[in-house]
Design a protein around this ligand. Structure first.
Ligand code: GRF
Length: 225
């Protein structure tokens, strides 16, 4: 625990922020169960109690905390409470995985280049909410998902990995969402690994992938399944 299998290198200490089902969290937990994966999830924080994501963390013996935005008078004290939990668990890097609160600039600045998010579209297209519905309404042929560093503007920041996903005739938002989610589960662990190995460097607000034998990683276009 704490050391990347066979290398002597310490693992990146990560906190994951969630609000719900946590299937992306699960993908990260599964990746971390490999000793060679350079990340240790130290705590999972949810702003909503009793969500499935918390159960997933508990099952994997990861410490959890509920920090409900409803218990705080404003975003600053809410985020201060989150920061306190992250500090208690010595977290050095934060992953947003379906965390449904908008973060203040001050939180984003504190975690500058140490905060990533997954979004279910090919950013910068389709920022915000109800993505799959809007994608279908627009009649675009491809959508996808993006893992990116977080910047103060919503769904903005240097892109680490994207996966393209086709929009098929007869898709409903749920069907399309499920197809996109499968790709999310692939690219989130991949992106986190690149970051943890210091292979995703930000140069001029773009991510350059260093030292990977597979540069096509950054434009993953996964097939079905
Ligand atoms: C995912 O589609 C993610 O891209 C978005 O919220 C959803 C969370 O799903 N930010 P889950 O909780 O990981 O299952």
């Amino acid at each position: 625990m704490g050391v990347v299998g066979g290398t002597g290198r310490t693992k990146l200490k990560v906190g994951v922020l969630i609000s719900g089902g946590g299937t992306n969290l699960q993908a990260l937990i599964d990746a971390c169960s490999e000793n060679s994966f350079p990340v240790e999830i130290c705590v999972v924080i949810s702003n909503v109690a009793d969500v499935k994501g918390l159960e997933r963390a508990e099952k994997a013996n990861i410490p959890t905390a509920v920090v409900s935005h409803k218990d705080y008078n404003g975003r600053e004290p809410f985020e201060a409470a989150i920061n306190e939990v992250l500090a208690q668990h010595k977290v050095k890097f934060v992953c947003l995985a379906g965390f449904m609160r908008i973060l203040t600039d001050s939180f984003v600045r504190k975690w500058h280049d140490r905060l990533i998010n997954i979004h279910p579209s090919l950013l910068p297209a389709f920022k915000g909410l109800h993505i799959h519905e809007r994608v279908i309404d627009e009649g675009v042929r491809f959508t996808g998902c993006t893992v990116h560093f977080v910047r103060p503007a919503m769904d903005d920041g240097p892109i680490i990995i994207q996966a393209a996903v086709p929009v098929l005739p007869g898709d409903t938002p749920d069907i399309l969402g499920a197809r996109v989610l499968k790709s999310e589960h692939k690219i989130y662990p991949m992106a986190l690994k690149l970051v943890a190995e210091n292979k995703a460097r930000i140069v001029g607000e773009k991510v350059v992938l260093l030292g990977t034998e597979t540069p096509e990683l950054a434009l993953l276009n996964p097939c079905e399944g």
